[in-house]
Design a binder for this molecule. Structure first.
Ligand SMILES: [Cu+2]
Length: 275
């Protein structure tokens, strides 16, 4: 009967790794449960880093699970055996502290190249006069309980000018160019999550943050609308905090801006308020 528990312990790593394996290789009944479709330029690198970490963690998890299960099996209770007191093994303890330390440092070094590109060096663009400048934010994302407000820089590509316009929960972005978004929160902590672009950034109230990425047109499914989610539990309506991302070809994006501009002018002439 005591060995029953060791079998249960064996099952945990085996089922855990098994489910992961079936999901990663798209095998029934776990098809389409692995990573969501990637439409970004740097998604490949991020996914690769994710898979490397998964392998390391998976092997360690399987190994420790099996050792634990084996120990339970081999040393299960017997009335004839006396319990032994162990003082531990210093060499073993030093080894299992140093080895994970080395692995952690290796992961840190390996992923730091992606981190730099994703979080440290803002994308640059060449100006017509030959100067190289940072790409300016195209849209200001304002998170609030419970929705997203997108303030577009408009035709002049500069935020906080007269031609800005605001759309609620609808984010239209051009493909095949560097996009910078400015993030702000009006109330509590939120997290801007574009899973198909492998972008997830906490938005801290009172702090202006930038995220950047490129959408690759060849990876975008024609006419598909992508999810914008909040990845930080922010209150009772958190699960309703969904936006929609529409990738547009560069020319279509210009048409979209012109249309919104015309709409805004109509509203202004009609005596309404510009946003
Ligand atoms: Cu939320």
């Amino acid at each position: 009967m005591n060995r029953f528990w060791s079998i249960l312990f064996f099952l945990v790593p085996i089922l855990g790794v098994g489910v992961c394996f079936l999901s990663a290789f798209d095998i029934a009944p776990f098809q389409n449960t692995w990573l969501p479709a990637d439409i970004s330029e740097s998604g490949k690198d991020i996914d690769q880093a994710f898979v490397v970490v998964m392998w390391i963690v998976g092997i360690v998890f399987l190994g420790t699970g099996l050792i634990l299960g084996f120990s339970l099996w081999a040393h299960s209770f017997s009335i004839d055996r006396k319990a032994e007191y162990s003082h531990g093994n210093t060499k073993l303890e030093i080894a299992w502290s140093i080895i994970p330390g080395i692995i952690l440092i290796a992961i840190f070094v390996y992923q730091s190249f992606y981190w730099e590109k994703q979080k440290i060096y803002n994308p640059l663009e060449l100006q017509s006069d030959g100067d190289v400048t940072q790409v300016q934010p195209l849209v200001r994302v304002v998170a609030r309980k419970f929705g997203w407000s997108f303030r577009y820089a408009g035709v002049d590509a500069t935020l906080d000018t007269a031609d800005d316009f605001i759309l609620e929960n609808e984010l239209y972005l051009p493909v095949d160019r560097s996009i910078v978004l400015e993030l702000e929160s009006e109330d509590v902590l939120h997290s801007f999550y574009l899973r198909n672009l492998r972008v997830k950034q906490d938005i801290i109230p009172g702090k202006r943050q930038l995220v950047w990425f490129s959408i690759i047109s060849s990876k975008v499914e024609q006419g598909k609308i992508y999810d914008i989610l909040c990845a930080e539990l922010c209150g009772w309506g958190h699960s309703r905090m969904n936006g929609r991302l529409y990738p547009l070809a560069k020319e279509k994006y210009q048409v979209f801006l012109a249309e919104q501009n015309a709409l805004q002018n109509q509203v202004t002439m009609g005596g309404g308020n510009t946003p």
